[in-house]
Design a protein around this ligand. Sequence first.
Ligand SMILES: C[S@@+](CC[C@H](N)C(=O)[O-])C[C@H]1O[C@@H](n2cnc3c(N)ncnc32)[C@H](O)[C@@H]1O
Length: 272
Amino acid sequence: MGRKDKRWILQRKKDLYYQLAKKNKYRSRAVYKLLQLNEKFRIIKEDDIVVDLGCAPGGWLQAARSIVGEGGFVVGVDLQSVKPLGYDNVITIRGDMTKRETLEKITSHLPSKADVVISDASPNITGVWDVDHSKSVELTTVSLILATKLLKKDGNFVVKVFQGNLFNNYVDLVRNYFKKVYISKPRASRESSAEVYVIGKGFLGKTFDMNIESPVLTLVKECPLCKDELEERREKNRYKSRGVKLTVEGEKGSLIKKIKKMRKTVKSLQTI
Ligand SMILES: C[S@@+](CC[C@H](N)C(=O)[O-])C[C@H]1O[C@@H](n2cnc3c(N)ncnc32)[C@H](O)[C@@H]1O
């Protein structure tokens, strides 16, 4: 073990929230960040349906479950598998949140649209500031896109963002979709960390617009979920310009597949 690693372990042992998390059998010290944010902004309430994006090892799942209680429901998703929490109303999905199939899995488990979407997701930190910042903004933008698809009207959103030159652009983007937007750094977040939390309260129910001019959206255009989204929009516009009316049957079915099928049918009708 190197000197740097030893110093990190010593610092962690002295850390108040690390000690508290250990004592209270929480899976991460990050639990206290969510609890403090919730105390201040009332993001999650009893009986709420919550989606946690980037949930491993499960600290925020524990905090969310403690707030929603038996009457609520919590769905977590992460690239890594999560040890079961032992509650019937907490389920986890192993998957990449930047992929459409993960969104479909989440919606298939939800009893209805979510009251709250929370995301503490972080990319693998490289130590190169610019790279880490843009990767983080990419993930937080995907979280926002997912929130607009998963939330019911008036729902709430909280997301971790690493500060940097795109931070204000990101906050501006969030403002398009929520009545009120706050920025907060809870006491449990280390002073030395560039992370802050953006809180969106009162989802306006608007569909996410991939065509808004924003440097943040340029970053995510290559992510699989956004590529699908853009393809779907292009297909819809193509049909609109031909006067074909499409009926969207919720997010569950793959709209792209349906459109492709319709396209084939239209082609075959044209050849008759
Ligand atoms: C800081 S941890 C979350 C800690 C969690 N809030 C807790 O209290 O236990 C960040 C997580 O984001 C996850 N993550 C990063 N990129 C992801 C992606 N594309 N899809 C799903 N999860 C992702 C990582 O695997 C990691 O487990």
